[in-house]
Design a protein around this ligand. Sequence first.
Ligand code: ATP
Length: 953
Amino acid sequence: MSLPLTEEQRKKIAENRQKALARRAEKLAGQHQNTGSGSSVAAKPFQSKQGPFQNFSRDPSKSGSHGVIFKQQNPPSSSDGDQRPQNSPSFQLSTSEQAKRAWEKQEEVPTACLSQRLPSQMTVAGISPPLAYSPPEVPSQQLSGYVLGQGHPQASHGTKSTSFVNTTHESLAGAKNSQETTASSSGQPPGDAALEAQIARPSASGQNIADVHCGTGRMTPRTEGRLHQKLGTPQHKAAGSQQGTCIRKGDRFQVKIGYNEELVAAFKSLPSRRYDPATKMWNFSMTDYNALMEAAQRLPGVTLQSLEGAEGQMGSPSGSHSVVQTGLPAAPSLAFVKGQCTLISRARFEADIGYSEDLIALFKQMESRKYDVKTRKWNFLLEEYNKLMEKVCRLPQVQLDPLPKTVTLAFAAQLEKTSLGPVTNVPEADLSGVDSKLVSSLLPFQRAGVNFAIAKRGRLLLADDMGLGKTIQAICIAAYYRKEWPLLVVVPSSVRFTWEQAFRQWLPSLSPERVNVIVTGKDCLTAGLVNIVSFDLLSKIEKQLKTSFKVVIIDESHFLKNIKTARCRAALTFLKVAKRVILLSGTPAMSRPAELYTQILAVKPTFFPQFHAFGLRYCAAKRLPWGWDYSGSSNLGELKLLLEEAVMLRRLKCDVLSQLPAKQRKLVVVAPGQMNSRTRAALNAMAKEMTTENKTKRQQKEALLLFFNRTAEAKIPCVIEYILDLLESGREKFLVFAHHKVVLDAVTEELEKKRVQHIRIDGSTSSADREDRCQRFQLSEGHAVAVLSITAANMGLTFSSADLVVFAELFWNPGVLMQAEDRVHRIGQSNSVGIHYLVARGTADDYLWPLIQEKIKVLGEAGLSETNFSEITEATDYFYKDPKQQEIYDLFQKSFEEDGSDMELLAATESFHPGSSSQDTGDPLAESTSTGSPQKKKRFEFFDNWDSFTSPL
Ligand SMILES: Nc1ncnc2c1ncn2[C@@H]1O[C@H](COP(=O)(O)OP(=O)(O)OP(=O)(O)O)[C@@H](O)[C@H]1O
């Protein structure tokens, strides 16, 4: 359809075009002279795009998004929609990628160059976009991407690759052939196609099509003219030619073409027309497609490439050069649909794809078909997957991406119809070789966890909720493979000794000497049969890590979530060679699926050897101007199913609540290694002081008090480290009870420093404020810590929104401790609550802990306490073989049982201030407790440097 232009108007337009062309040609020739022979106009914008990425790759710190956006070393050439990795020209490209790049190059050509294109070249360009943007046989899963942290996405789309620089018309046509949409099928006369190929063939230097068009200055108006003559095309027609393309946008299509008055008039005549001022493009409904294409066909000099998926469908070759003339498909059959298969249950998958009549007909042939009216999607049994996919491949208008290969492998039994049961039956493992004490203690769900692990040949991510006893399960699994030991256990440093304790507790057959806790980088990693090392030390013992451990436990394995960290890189070296890998985490991913990647890699290295494939499928990977963003999430249901099938076991507290006690107490042996030698020596001196003969009762008590005070001070770094580890492990809300002001202060300061939401209630908090702060904590979301004084906040407050209580310090009166525990264990609490007692060896805790046990036992026997500490009491192994120790214990017992001692102790401890008194050699107690003026007491230089002491090493 054309507008009736007057002859004069036509002439004027033609003249103006000629003038503009001449001006551009002149300008171009000038530019070529300026840029020299090696430069290419077409290449320029491409090179300039590379700049920032090269800079970026040199500066990975600018990746943003907390290390989740992985470095992209190659420049993307388009930013929207296409999520495949791009290649620099020197990389191998698949044929479809070449075609796409050739297309993009065409797009990048400046207007001046466009005006010089030959009609035949337009046809060359016109063949590529549909197949290049959507290669049906290339599942995204096959896209190999980054080897994490190492940079390049490798160009492998599963199709034959040829070098980009050698791109030829033939290779493009070849690509097209492979997609069943060949250039010849577009209805062009063969003679013309051959001629085009000849013209478009690159120079011997391997220059690509775009360069030939307008690249290096070889193309001048004169040569252009010669080419036109060769084609028998009048030169003025080439100057006036306009090439455009139709692009599918949902149920509409838009036309991308430069301004043409006649075409615009044609657009305006179509009822469904819309103009988008943002893109400056017209768009139409599919019903107007044929009318538009016919109108475009009638306009001289206008070449409008048909819609993606339309070419080759309805061959009505007219013999024209124009792509439009390759045949106009009827609008309904143009419905090119693209989608993907997704796993929706262990037995079924869903086709997530738009409407296609042919496809629906095919779906209806499947016996297991189900249509979900809510999601409006069809789903099928996995056993029909292969059949369906085979048939879908034969529908040219449909691109249904398959399930990732990892998924089909993990669910092979279902695909092959060999196992249709809804739940896999995990066989009962033979645990006869494991200590019976351990095996008999396992709760039913823990036993099931051990069975699962053994069914998975000792490689799993045990992701049970916090406090469900991952430690006992891990020890049992590792013990099953005892013949393959030495065992390596990697843990947060705050729980190294707790793990040592757990081995002692649960594996009596293992001699305690065979448990080796690595404390410094100089310690030998293989000294024990069980070797426990902290994450922090991993990078310091890298050489030793080359020793291969066949059995490895990683506690809080989400500490490895970031591949860029030294600890993760170090861990991957030994995880690669380990035969059994037992990962433990209550929170394997705290905010995004990308965090799971390294843990999956550790358990199943073959699942997603390259992060990019994982990122595309499960992290909604997006290409941004600075690289790929993997911080999103996609197909989470499928990821969960995949993990549960092959990698992970996760039970929530609510799933197993009936098997859990209402309160679970945990003894956390905090690291005395944090104490420097002076601290340790001073504590020993305090202990000695208490048992020195000829001491009055009062003097003994004062010595005891100072011992208690110094213990508080000495524990601070361990306490802080433990709290920070809890936060890092995803514990959102918990209470921290302490007694000494110095401890409360240190914890509060640290939380402030780390900007963690917290409240504090101590003796100085008014009653009104107590309630306010308590409410604030109850209602807060995300991380929140309540820092509470054991004696000032152990009553009358409800903190039921938390389910964990940490006792940073012990207190001699178990009744007070129990009251404090019950701040969370009360009406409104639906969970089993965790109580962690931090106990430091070599401090007053050695005496306080057994004292508390003793008292609780008595209360329990009298029916006054439901609490049973027996398991952990046993575990602590506090039997005083040394008579001096027994003496100190007796002293503690006596002192705390005397009437009024509590008040005296409280006063003394509250007033205690770190670093008090310089009377190292004298009796500091006399000042700190008996003078009654603690503020005035002299400073006791107990620690070299307060700052270094409070910041964990
Ligand atoms: N079967 C059991 N018998 C006796 N005590 C148990 C049993 N299972 C777990 N416990 C105790 O429960 C407490 C919590 O267990 P554990 O520390 O292993 O939990 P977790 O799952 O590792 O928690 P988190 O994720 O917080 O570290 C410990 O004191 C442990 O000794």
